[in-house]
Unconditional design. Sequence first.
Length: 243
Amino acid sequence: MPTTAVLTAAHLGVPGGRVAALDVNASCVGFLTALDLASAAVAVGRWERVAVVATEIASKGLDHREVEGSALFGDGAAAVVVGAAAPDDGSAVLASASGVWPEARSACRIDAGGTRFNVTTPPDDPSAYLFRMDGAALLRQVARHLPGFLRDLEERAGLGVAEVDVVVPHQASAVGLRYLRERVGVQPDAVVDILADHGNQVSASVPTALHHAVTSGRLRRGGTALLLGTGAGLALSATMLRY
């Protein structure tokens, strides 16, 4: 307290009363959730231009005795600016979708640090403040729900996931990226994979991978992209856009 959004505005030197600033907490799909809110608000004229910022310091919450989790994650930050497209500009959000399956809520978690367990009412085990993950259980849930989730998105967008120029996924894990290439119908060579260099940057993964896609020339103006995230919950979020 105050929110990271307020601190960001202060760091940028934004004068008081000029902007709204709010945090969005949705784990690994936080960026995509905020992007959906921003693009919807721009579309109805509520906001003119929105900076969507994702920032994560995952290293602060890792148990380095647990190799599965601690070796996977990386710190990072990235941002995009969203505004209304000019009449002759083809840029557009074609469709967005999100959903949660809370029966998988225990697969990725940090049990302490909120109102139940904290410095006032500490947990019996201090490791409750650190990240815990059952990667196999989470992947089983993704495999069960992601194909149908993407079919619904295709219907909304009028565009198949195999037709997009580039797929920009949350860098969940090497196994997760392999599943995406092999099992859900995307073109394998369209998938942006920066996991080896950046790790899983939680909500910053998708915008960092998007930056890589643009700066490397894989996504150019007029091209189409599928932004896709999976996160604790289980949460799924996706946006189909024309850049």
